[in-house]
Design a protein around this ligand. Sequence first.
Ligand code: GRF
Length: 193
Amino acid sequence: LVWVIAMVKIKTCVFISGQGTNLKNLILKSRDCSFPVKINLVISDNKSAKGLNYAQKYKIPFLLINTKKKNYENKVLNHLKKNKIYLICLAGYMKIIPKRIINNFKGKIINIHPSLLPKFKGLNTFSRMLKNKEIKAGCTVHFVDEKLDSGNVIVKKMFYINNSDDEKILKKKTQKLEYKAYPEAIIKIFKNY
Ligand code: GRF
């Protein structure tokens, strides 16, 4: 029975640029036979991304891409096709996804962002939150469209900021929520699949 369920898992590719702790979390969650996706491919634009170690450790094929190369998206699309990828999860991927990839994967690309969107789109979320004297922080999993950090929200999780929280602590607290939010969002998307 486990084998049969594993066969129908959604083939998923995770895009990373850095630490890859969300990648690791998704890999571990996907080992649960009731979790709807399997991570079949990892794509990184950074050859020194620490997250690539998780791809290696868990024997997941990975692809390094050079986003400075003209038409690099063809290589990406070929690999996605070859691996029969259905869902793309961005997890700390620091580049803009080209229009051609978005058009080929309409409604099938999701991202996790370390703020309560629509607040604090873009980079340096924690320093801007502190500067703004925000009361709440959190994370958002959303669909990716052509505008930055703007697609429909799937899951949002928040916590109250303490006076003593600095950027480092905010990041730690946010990431703890991210490890719950990303799997929850994936389960929500595929609950009627
Ligand atoms: C996460 O905080 C995510 O919200 C942001 O980038 C960070 C990636 O962390 N988009 P990691 O690489 O998964 O550890």
